[in-house]
Write a protein that binds this ligand. Structure first.
Ligand code: WT7
Length: 650
């Protein structure tokens, strides 16, 4: 993190929007004026303009019971109808909604009319399986069209989806199924990744054997990988027998604006992931608004591509709900960027004539490492806007993105937000804002943020502080599933009625905001959130571990990397080779949580640095992991300990 700040402080480049871009830009300076004149009126206008309500709302925000907000609460709408049927009714049925590309090279173009029909069939199938409004459906799928269909079908019948990223382990899936008390799991036999089929259904079987709640009645399975799977007669159903044969007629019911739409689990500061709850009307309003204005979406001519997996919030808001609510045409790609060759993404940009690309700094940095020759084999001239999300984008990567991918003159927008915020909160608006590499810049219209010191006083100027959101916003989380107290404690206790985001930030002399990384024990690896506590508890769950400490160390490609320090139990410390132990623990974490959590390094040590009260000083371990001079050790119970650990790590 420090490295990035150093660069950031030196960064002074600024890019005016080109007159050509500005002339056609969707966003309008007047949005800021309208929002600051009447914030609630502004959001009400957006909700009416961007969405179709079966019953119009009269009330905008109910904040009488903070921190539990209600937006547009007396209005009624159907989220899936807003993403599908209304476009077909408006005569856009033949527009391609999804250009899907499988990793092996198979592809499908799916129009709005076709997608609508498939979602109606799936909605009927879910209803036939007994799924009712408010029931939870877990979705554990690869990036195939059925993932989008499943989410929208659940939304269409007013049920709640909980998408679990396909890279998560059986344990992680089981705990999410249990926490949400899901009654149905939608999965696939397998999907393609790095040229191979990775199994999903077997992981679901294992998860259901582990899940203690026993809430799941059926497993709906898409055939994709053609891999061998076990079959549980009576519980398991094939998608092609169940959905494909269901009726394509489905009358959608309107639901309250505050009807829950989804739960999405994310890492917090404790070991247990939190189920972030989002609802319908406010969420859809803000994702549609930001998708349109931040990405300058001209749905009749743009081809948009967000590379995120639907297992993350970016996939929910900017693959499924935002783009489809806006009637966009988009690319959906199943596989990894480097299969079967390192230029695969750029080949897809050329093939589909992608105009808007939204991806993460970690991906950009891996392409930087490969060099521009990989990119230059393809014609990327269709691109006219680039977006970034997930972690601070260092100015070097920003400039490379703009020049090598974007040809040198197109806007790059860096968007700051979180699973909890549901939609983009801080970003430039292309065509309006002068762009500044490395800074997420300004709150989007209708959003108010501030930077506070620990005691709640505003921080002025260049000094860093804590980022807060000072007013409720339409797509804000409505709580943590089943745990209102944790919701209050995590986000609202620190500053009263202001939302504490968990990020450090500073404001420069132009009022632009620079994000400085997490201030809590949450790590950001390749734009994915991981909790130090969760990985530590996985490490100590292994029989050879006595104690473990995990830190996020800065990493050139992934932003941060997981680095663990482990003390082995006495009897294993002698008979185990440290490098074998370290390998075993890395494998164990990947198996328990998922491959994304696999530590880059596990150092086997004899001691951990602790304060007199027994608290592990992770700051010192981070210094070590990043190869820096170890900082102030005076508060350690035993000040010599860092020398011992350093010697063991080298
Ligand atoms: C955390 C949220 C939002 C979708 C992807 C991640 C970091 C996210 C940026 C950015 C600096 C960023 C923050 C935030 N983050 N975008 N543009 N600049 N930091 O969602 O998994 O909920 O993680 O990601 O630290 O708190 P998430």
């Amino acid at each position: 993190m420090t490295v990035q700040i150093d660069h950031a402080l030196e960064e002074i480049r600024r890019f005016r929007p080109s007159p050509e871009f500005a002339a056609q830009a969707i966003a309008d300076e007047r949005l800021y004026d309208a929002a600051s004149a009447d914030r609630l009126g502004f959001w009400a206008d957006q909700a009416r303009d961007l969405l179709t309500w079966q019953k119009p709302f009269t009330e905008v925000l109910d904040w009488s019971n903070p921190p539990f907000a209600r937006w547009f609460a007396d209005g009624e709408l159907n989220v899936a109808v807003n993403c599908l049927d209304r476009h077909v009714e408006a005569g856009l049925g033949d527009r391609v909604a999804i250009y899907w590309e499988g990793e092996p090279g198979d592809s499908r173009a799916i129009t709005y009319a076709e997608l609508t029909e498939e979602v109606k069939r799936a909605a009927n199938a879910l209803t036939d399986l007994g799924i009712r409004t408010g029931d939870r459906v877990a979705i554990y799928l690869p990036m195939i069209p059925e993932a989008v269909v499943s989410m929208l079908a659940v939304a269409r019948i007013g049920a709640i989806h909980s998408v679990v990223f396909g890279g998560f382990s059986a344990d992680s899936l089981a705990s999410r199924i249990d926490d949400a008390e899901a009654s149905l799991v939608i999965t696939a036999d397998g999907g393609y990744r790095k040229g191979r089929v990775f199994p999903l259904k077997p992981v679901v079987d294992e998860a259901l054997a582990k899940a203690e709640g026993g809430t799941v009645k059926n497993v709906l399975v898409v055939k994709r990988g053609e891999n061998d799977i076990a079959w549980n007669e009576g519980r398991d159903l094939w998608w092609h027998d169940t959905v494909t044969t269901a009726s394509p007629e489905h009358e959608a019911q309107a639901f309250d604006a505050e009807n829950p739409l989804f739960i999405l689990y994310t890492s917090g500061t404790t070991g247990k992931p939190k189920g972030i709850l989002h609802t319908s009307g406010g969420y859809l309003t803000q994702v549609a608004f930001t998708h349109k204005n931040v990405f300058d979406l001209h749905p009749e001519r743009d081809v948009y591509w967000c590379t995120a997996d639907v297992g993350w919030i970016t996939g929910h808001s900017y693959v499924v709900y935002g783009p489809l609510a806006n009637g966009a045409t988009q690319v959906l790609y199943e596989g990894t960027p480097d299969t079967p060759h390192p230029g695969r993404w750029w080949e897809l940009v050329e093939k589909y004539g992608v105009t808007i690309l939204y991806t993460a700094p970690t991906a950009i940095r891996s392409f930087m490492k490969l060099g521009r020759s990989v990119v230059h084999n393809f014609n990327l001239r269709s691109l006219r806007l680039l977006g970034s999300v997930g972690e601070p984008i260092n100015p070097e990567a920003w400039i490379w993105y703009r020049h090598v991918i974007g040809g040198g003159s197109i806007p790059v927008v860096d968007t700051w937000w979180q699973t909890e915020t549901g939609a983009i909160m801080i970003s430039a608006l292309p065509g309006i804002t002068d762009l500044k590499p490395g800074s997420a810049q300004v709150p989007v219209p209708g959003i108010s943020v501030d930077i506070l010191a620990d005691d709640g006083t505003p921080v002025e100027g260049e000094d860093g502080g804590l980022l807060v959101i000072t007013e409720p916003w339409p797509s804000m989380l409505r709580g943590i599933w089943g745990d209102p107290e944790r919701f209050r404690e995590t986000y609202w206790e620190k500053f009263g009625d202001k939302y504490f985001a968990g990020d450090g930030a500073r404001r420069d002399e132009d009022g632009d905001i620079w994000l400085l990384g997490r201030v809590d024990d949450v790590m950001n690896v390749s734009g994915h959130r991981l909790s130090t506590a969760e990985i530590e508890s996985s490490l100590v769950a292994h029989e050879i571990t006595a104690e473990a400490a995990v830190v996020g160390a800065s990493d050139e490609t992934t932003g941060q990397a997981v680095v663990a320090f482990v003390i082995l139990k006495e009897r294993h410390a002698h008979d185990l080779d440290p490098s074998d132990a370290s390998e075993e623990l890395r494998r164990h974490v990947a198996m328990q949580i998922g491959a994304i959590a696999r530590p880059r390094q596990v150092f086997i040590v004899n001691e951990l640095p602790k304060t007199r009260s027994g608290k592990i000083m992770r700051r010192l371990l981070r210094d070590l992991a990043e190869g820096r001079q170890v900082g102030d050790t005076t508060t350690l119970a035993d000040t010599a300990i860092m020398d011992i650990i350093s010697a063991q790590v080298r």
